[in-house]
Design a binder for this molecule. Structure first.
Ligand code: ARG
Length: 588
């Protein structure tokens, strides 16, 4: 069943204002009433200012006419609507509406958020590390951002298909398999390795050794090349080793995914190799449509939309001169499959912004081939680079790539120090548990809270801080409210709508009312930092409320109303963090 949700106060005001505007001027019916939260009143409606010019009247006159068309006595939400400034309307809502809204959201397991995405099928392509290689800092953002987007879009009702487009195919595996064949003693299965190292780390090293031997030994190079052919033609023994490498790599990735608390499981792995059987067909279809044309013995796709430097054409490589297929071809077959076979209505690709041109061309080709039609959309959720403290790309002290596991270990150990300082009496097991959750939260939140397209500097000390806009601060805010709720006991609270709210209560209630809107906005823009900003604002509104309004010591019915605000804040923070893929422990 479609869950409609609880319309927010802002939505209800917008509907009312839009109706009044349409009654004043039929030619403005349906126009955006531009209702926003405001500093001066609860809300502000900017429509008169925004629309007056369009119909040739003065904004102030339009504002006055709109007010005249409202029936405040009959409206359960509007307490007063007053023209102000050059043509704004200051809107104040009734006390009753404020409390009724708190009660309605609290009574709903979805906190009043509807399911507008029901019936849509959305592919979120994220993480996508390469087999036999260790996950490093470069895979962090796609994994974290993609996971949050999958959660948000899924919460809004869409059928989300998480797709881990693993780099599991390529000539390098032929070389690696040949090397493993000639070095049967080389240990790389996880059960042969100590706990401190991973199968992918061992394979990474063996691949390097294979590469060196390939360069140094012509005999090995020949045998490695035959092995590539054997792999591509499906030689059973070769394929078996390849499958073993894939499976073992996936186990290493799963260890990272579990630790990060992301949703990806092996069922979500649909690697590049999955599309191999579709490559030839895809290419043929592009050739027939005249979209893949010969160039220097290769087949290429020429963009009509993008031109390179000095007017040079920009192309996708559809088939290489040697007849081989690469990354471009695989993505063409992939998008075709996702649209035609999976019948996805929206495709989201989460990779760093250096792949922007690649996806622009893949989308253009898909449109021109008729795969991507008006009923569907494809978006590249591009993100910036993680920089070191010095502002250059993040490296280890010796200049190497930072392993993801090391980065997480470091964040957790710093979080441990901060938590221990704040709470020296914690028993060690509890401290470990909290440090792990805080450290992971710190890393994820720091990433999600910066605008996706921007680069950001990885600053662990700032990330694990209990103050400022950090994941740890939000987790702590949630834990503090949880402890008040524990002290209060009875989870059944009744809201008395006749109580006049304190300004801090009112503010908190109105911030809480904005939850659904921000979640919808994240799904539309693919920008989780908006949700982070919202949760931070919520935590601060709660702090201001808590400073002014005693909860447990208050008398009924005020106490019940305040507990309702506490409970709704805790649930909204917990749920919001959950949509970011961040845990919200009850104690910290
Ligand atoms: N494995 C690729 C990389 O490491 C990312 C794949 C992204 N997804 C895609 N459909 N191309 O860069």
């Amino acid at each position: 069943v479609h869950h409609q949700g609880v319309p927010s106060l802002l939505e209800r005001i917008a509907t009312t204002m839009s109706g009044a505007i349409g009654r004043v001027r039929a030619d403005l019916a349906g126009a955006d009433p531009v209702v926003r939260r405001s500093e001066r009143a609860d809300f502000q409606c900017n429509a008169p200012l925004a629309l007056a010019k369009r119909v040739g009247v003065k904004p102030r006159d339009l504002a006055a006419d709109v007010v005249a068309r409202l029936d405040l006595d009959a409206d359960p939400v509007l307490a007063s609507v007053e023209p102000s400034g050059p043509g704004f309307l200051n809107v104040t809502v009734t006390d009753r509406a404020v409390w009724a809204q708190v009660a309605a959201r609290l009574a709903d397991p979805r906190l009043g958020v509807g399911e507008p995405e029901l019936g849509r099928k959305v592919v979120v392509d994220y993480s996508a590390p390469n087999i036999a290689k260790e996950m490093h800092v470069g895979h962090l953002r796609t994994t974290i951002i993609g996971d949050s987007l999958a959660r948000v879009i899924g919460f809004l009702g869409a059928d989300v298909l998480r797709q881990n487009h693993l780099g599991d195919f390529g000539t390098q595996f032929g070389m690696l398999i040949q090397y493993l064949d000639e070095h049967p003693d080389a240990a790389w299965h996880q059960d042969e390795l100590g706990a401190g190292t991973s199968a992918v780390s061992a394979l990474d090293g063996l691949y390097r050794a294979a590469r060196a031997e390939f360069d140094a030994d012509a005999g090995f190079a020949d045998r490695a090349r035959s092995r590539v052919v054997a792999l591509q033609s499906g030689d059973p023994a070769t394929v078996a080793v390849w499958q073993d490498i894939v499976a073992e790599s996936e186990r290493s990735f799963t260890a990272i995914y579990d630790r990060l608390g992301v949703l990806l499981t092996p069922e979500d792995s649909v690697g590049e190799s999955f599309y191999n059987p579709m490559l030839a067909d895809t290419v043929e279809e592009l050739v027939e449509a005249g979209l893949a044309v010969e160039s220097d013995g290769a087949l290429v796709f020429y963009s009509q939309e993008v031109t390179g430097p000095e007017g040079r054409p920009v192309t996708l490589m559809v088939r290489k001169r040697d007849g081989g297929y690469g990354y471009d071809t695989t993505d063409l077959a992939t998008i075709r499959y996702r649209l035609r076979e999976l019948k996805a209505t929206r495709l989201v690709y989460v990779t760093d912004s250096r792949q922007a041109l690649h996806f622009q061309l893949v989308f253009e080709a898909a449109r021109r081939a008729g795969w991507l039609t008006d009923g569907a959309g494809a978006e590249h959720a591009a993100y910036g680079t993680i920089l070191g403290p010095d502002g250059t790309p993040f490296k280890t002290r010796s200049g190497g790539t930072v392993r993801l596991m090391d980065l997480l270990d470091d964040a957790v150990s710093r979080a441990r120090a901060v938590v221990e300082e704040k709470n020296p009496d914690l028993d060690p097991a509890e401290l470990d548990r909290i440090a792990e959750s805080a450290g992971i939260a710190a890393v994820k939140y720091a990433d999600l809270s910066t605008s996706r397209v921007k680069d950001y500097a990885f600053d662990v000390d700032r990330m694990v801080s209990f103050t400022g806009n950090t994941g740890v601060y939000l987790q702590y805010a949630h834990a503090r409210i949880s402890s008040i709720l524990r002290l209060a006991g009875d989870p059944d609270v009744t809201v008395d709508p006749t109580v006049a709210p304190h300004p801090a209560e009112r503010e908190l209630a109105l911030v809480l009312d904005g939850f659904g809107a921000v979640v919808t906005e994240v799904a539309a823009t693919l920008e989780p930092h908006r949700l982070c900003g919202y949760l931070y604002e919520l935590a601060r509104a709660y702090t201001a409320f808590y400073d002014h309004c005693p909860v447990l010591k208050a008398d009924e019915p005020v106490r019940g109303n305040r507990l309702a605000l506490c409970r709704l804040t805790a649930r909204t923070l917990g749920h919001g963090l959950g949509l970011l893929g961040i845990t919200a422990p009850e104690r910290m």
